[in-house]
Design a protein around this ligand. Structure first.
Ligand SMILES: [Zn+2]
Ligand SMILES: [Zn+2]
Length: 110
């Protein structure tokens, strides 16, 4: 069953994926040819807190501090939200349907 679609723009056709199989985990790194988002598709996502598999897929922006003082959004990552444990983020995602704000900046300000 292939129901993959881009969590950012909804593209279903122009996607490329690398299937990786190890003995412990199966995941696919998918790249969207439309908007350039790359994400790892966990084939068996599960909430680490309550164990449910009924998760929502959302997109979170990763902000990179580039040269100068401007913050620019460079990439997005896909996150799995639990409707019970991540209620607020699920609500925010449902309302805005735009990438969630980053949790933290990847680099310290020099
Ligand atoms: Zn896309
Ligand atoms: Zn949960």
């Amino acid at each position: 069953m292939n129901d993959t679609s881009c969590p950012n723009c909804g593209e279903e056709e122009n996607l490329s994926g690398d299937s990786k199989e190890t003995d412990r985990k199966e995941s696919i790194t998918v790249t969207c040819g439309e908007c350039g988002v790359e994400w790892e598709r966990d084939l068996k996502p599960q909430c680490s807190k309550c164990g449910t598999r009924d998760l929502r897929v959302a997109v979170r922006s990763i902000v990179d501090k580039s040269r100068g003082t401007q913050l620019s959004i460079q990439s997005l990552s896909v996150v799995y939200l639990c409707p019970a444990c991540d209620k607020e983020e699920v609500a925010a995602w449902n309302q805005s349907n735009t990438p969630l704000p980053p949790i933290e900046l990847p680099y310290d300000v020099e």
